[in-house]
Design a protein. Structure first.
Ligand code: GDG
Length: 475
C-alpha cells in the first residue's frame, strides 16, 4: 500500500524482545523521537521504516498500537560497519565537537552508502505519488539525494537530531562533499539550532560551490533547499500529567525515604555517553563534599546511567571510568548505609523517570555538546510545584531556551562547583521565579508545535527558483 507520509529513521520506535518462553514481542522504545513523531504519523496515515535491532533477516511489516511499521533488516557486518562504525564511531564524535577522536575507515563508509541506498529504495516503494517523506538523523544523511533520484515527485524533509559541526571540524571528513550533497536532496533540512543551519549553509557554499542567500541554497537545476532551526521538544502536558498522578507522587516520596531523607537530592539521568559529561559532574560533586561545602547524608547524588552502544569499545571504557570514579568517591566520602553517590546502570519506565524528576531538588545536565537534551526539558515539565533547580550546560541545545537555568561550562570545574552550590543554596523565591519562566517556555513550545512547524514548512515552502546560477564547483 502506498502512503502519504513515510518516516525514515535508522531505528523503529519499537524493540524486539524475546520473553522467557522464547516468544518475541515488540516493546515501545523510550526516547523523544518516538513521542515526537507518533502524533504526526497518526494524523497523516503514515508508515515508519527502520531497523528493529538484531540481525534477523526475514521480517514483515506489522502494526503496533495502530502504527504501521516496516522493519529493515541489517546484517551483522552492517551493524558493525554502518551503525557502530560510521554512524557511531565516525559521525557521532565528529559532530559533537570531536569530544572523542573520530575514526575514518573506507569499509565503514562503503557500508553507510549501501545501507542508505537500501533505505532510499524502500522509501521509494512505500511512498504514494507526491507523498511526503521525512528522513531522520545522522545515520541516514545520503537518503534524501538517493530518494530524489528515484522519486523526483516526492517532498523530502530531513531532520538532524544532533549538532551540525562548524566547517573547521566537518572538513576532516573524507566524504564531506557526498554528505552535503546527500542532504541537498531534501527540500527542507532541519536542525536543532540556528547556528547548525548556518554551519551547513556555509559548508555548502564553500565545499560544493552552490549559491546561497540567508537560509536558502539555489541549485543549478532550479530547485531550492532551505536550512532552518526547529528546536525539538517534549510532550510537556503528558509529562506534567504523569508527574501529578498519585502513583508517581507516592513513588517520589518512597524514593526520598529510601535515600534516607537527605536535605537535597541531586540527579543526573543520561544515556551512558562520553558527550554527556557524567564524569565531570560527579567529580565536581565529590570535590564539594571533600571541601566541606556539602556533606554526605545532607546531600546525595543519584546518577542513572542508561546502557547504550555497549558493543563499541569507547563506550565500554567510559563505563569503566565512571564506575571507577563512583567507587572511589563512595569509598573516600561515604559512610555505612549512606553513600555520596547512588549510581544505577539501568533503564526505567517513564513513570519511574517522572518520580525521579519529582524528587530531584537539583537536576544536573552537563553535556560537552548535545543537540538539544530532552532530559532537561522533561525535568522542567515535571516540576509541578514550580520549584527545583536546573544546572545546565551552555553547550546543550536546550540552553538556548532554558535561560533561567544555572548555566555552566562543563570544562570549568570551579565554575561547575560554584553553580552546583549556588543551586543547592538558592532561596525558594528565586527557584520559583526561574522555574515558572522555564515552565512557560516548555508549555508553549512542545513537541506538537515542533512537528507542526516542520511539516507546515515542508509542505508549504516554495522550492523553485528562476535565478541563473553557475554549476557546482568546490570539493
Ligand atoms: C538525541 C540527541 C536530542 C532515557 N533513559 C530512559 C528514558 N530516556 C529518554 C529520556 C529522553 C530521551 O530518552 C533521551 O533524550 P536526550 O535528548 O536527553 O538525549 P539523546 O538520547 O542523546 O538524544 C539529543 C534528542 O536526540 C532528540 O532530538 O535532544 O541532543 O543527542 O526523552 O526521557 N526513557 C525511559 N527510560 C529510561 O531509562 N522511559
Amino acid at each position: 500500500m502506498a502512503h502519504d507520509l513515510v518516516i525514515v529513521a535508522n531505528r523503529l520506535p519499537v524493540d524486539r524482545v524475546t520473553g522467557k518462553d522464547g516468544k518475541t514481542t515488540w516493546r515501545r522504545s523510550p526516547g523523544g523521537l518516538v513521542s515526537a513523531i507518533e502524533p504526526v504519523m497518526r494524523a497523516h496515515d503514515g508508515v515508519w521504516m527502520g531497523w528493529p535491532g538484531g540481525t534477523e533477516q526475514r521480517l514483515r511489516p506489522f502494526k503496533d498500537d495502530g502504527l504501521s511499521l516496516v522493519p529493515m533488516s541489517m546484517s551483522a557486518e552492517e551493524v558493525e560497519e554502518h551503525y557502530e562504525g560510521f554512524s557511531n564511531g565516525t559521525l557521532w564524535p565528529l559532530y559533537h565537537d570531536v569530544v572523542a577522536k573520530p575514526e575514518f575507515h573506507r569499509e565503514w563508509w562503503d557500508s553507510y552508502v549501501k545501507v542508505n541506498q537500501r533505505f532510499a529504495e524502500k522509501a521509494a516503494d512505500l511512498a504514494a505519488k507526491g507523498a511526503t517523506v521525512w528522513v531522520h538523523d545522522y545515520q541516514m544523511q545520503l537518503v534524501p539525494k538517493m530518494l530524489r533520484e528515484l522519486r523526483p515527485d516526492l517532498r523530502i524533509g530531513f531532520y538532524l537530531h544532533i549538532p551540525f559541526p562548524p566547517a573547521e571540524l566537518f572538513q576532516q571528513l573524507p566524504w564531506r562533499r557526498q554528505i552535503l550533497e546527500g542532504l541537498l536532496g531534501a527540500d527542507l533540512v532541519g536542525f536543532q539550532l540556528p547556528g547548525a543551519a548556518q554551519n551547513f549553509i556555509r559548508l555548502v557554499r564553500q565545499r560544493v560551490g552552490h549559491k546561497t542567500h540567508r537560509d536558502t541554497v539555489y541549485l543549478p537545476d532550479g530547485r531550492t533547499v532551505r536550512a532552518a532551526a526547529f528546536p525539538i521538544s517534549i510532550d510537556a502536558a503528558g509529562f506534567e500529567e504523569l508527574a501529578r498522578s498519585e502513583a508517581v507522587t507516592e513513588r517520589a516520596a518512597a524514593i526520598r525515604d529510601a535515600l534516607g531523607n537527605p536535605t537535597k537530592i541531586f540527579l543526573g539521568i543520561d544515556r551512558l555517553d562520553y558527550t554527556k559529561g557524567i564524569h565531570a559532574r560527579l567529580r565536581a560533586f565529590g570535590e564539594l563534599i571533600h571541601d566541606g561545602d556539602l556533606s554526605v547524608g545532607d546531600a546525595v547524588f543519584v546518577q542513572v546511567a542508561v546502557p547504550s552502544r555497549e558493543r563499541v569499545e569507547h563506550y565500554r571504557n567510559l563505563r569503566d571510568d565512571i564506575e571507577l570514579l563512583v567507587g572511589r568517591l563512595n569509598g573516600d566520602l561515604g559512610r555505612i548505609g549512606t553513600p555520596a553517590i547512588s549510581y544505577l546502570h539501568t533503564s526505567y519506565p517513564r513513570e519511574e523517570m517522572a518520580a525521579l524528576y519529582r524528587v530531584a531538588d537539583v537536576m544536573v545536565v552537563t553535556p560537552y555538546r548535545d543537540g538539544m537534551n530532552l532530559v532537561a526539558k522533561e525535568y522542567v515539565a515535571c516540576r509541578i510545584h514550580d520549584d527545583g533547580a536546573l544546572v545546565l550546560s551552555e553547550f546543550a541545545g536546550a540552553a538556548d531556551e532554558l535561560r533561567q537555568a544555572w548555566l555552566v561550562n562543563p570544562y570549568d570545574m570551579n565554575g561547575m562547583k560554584a553553580a552546583l552550590l549556588d543551586a543547592y543554596r538558592a532561596e525558594p523565591k528565586e527557584l520559583t521565579k526561574r522555574m515558572k519562566a522555564m515552565r512557560k517556555q516548555i508549555a508553549q513550545h512542545d513537541v506538537k508545535a515542533w512537528a507542526d512547524s516542520f511539516m507546515t514548512s515542508l509542505e508549504n515552502d516554495d522550492n523553485e527558483h528562476t535565478k541563473s546560477v553557475r554549476p557546482a564547483t568546490g570539493g
